[in-house]
Write a new protein. Structure first.
Length: 153
């Protein structure tokens, strides 16, 4: 992904275009169309992609970290294998964005979310805000659960 001098500019344009304002604690849902594209690929291509780990996403680097911090984003979910552009830039401390977002900001990340239906609904009615809720699956002795996210508009 080629980015200009301000990696947060794309997110800021999207925020402005949707007519929303960030408030502390917001969850950013990043819809790239990757999950739909991935499912539309032939099986052999999907199997190869699992090993390539190349996906669109948020730019790496300190400027993106500053943008997200200043926007007071609490969590980010994406329809890709990783919230950030993959592969990471391992030459800088913020080149693997999740290290900063999770480790330093305490931000939750959701990956491989199905955002296609929500994005379509938002585009249709022009409403780009929702209450996002999630309930864990009750599994006795379980140590993990699918997100079971639900956006209420």
């Amino acid at each position: 992904m080629v980015l200009g001098p301000d990696p947060g500019a794309d997110l800021e344009r999207a925020r402005s275009r949707a007519g929303i304002s960030f408030v502390p604690g917001d969850i950013l849902i990043l819809h790239t169309g990757f999950a739909r594209w991935y499912l539309d690929q032939p099986r052999d291509r999907r199997l190869r992609l699992r090993h390539e780990n190349t996906t669109p996403g948020l730019a790496h680097g300190e400027q993106m970290c500053r943008y997200l911090w200043d926007a007071h984003v609490a969590a980010i979910a994406s329809d890709t294998f990783a919230v950030e552009v993959f592969p990471p830039d391992r030459t800088t401390p913020t080149g693997f964005l999740r290290r900063m977002l999770i480790g330093q900001f305490g931000m939750a990340l959701g990956e491989l979310w199905w955002t296609e239906d929500l994005a379509g609904d938002c585009a249709e009615d022009g409403v780009y805000e929702a209450l996002l809720t999630s309930a864990l699956m009750h599994a006795s002795g379980g140590i993990g659960s699918p997100a079971n996210a639900l956006a209420l508009k």
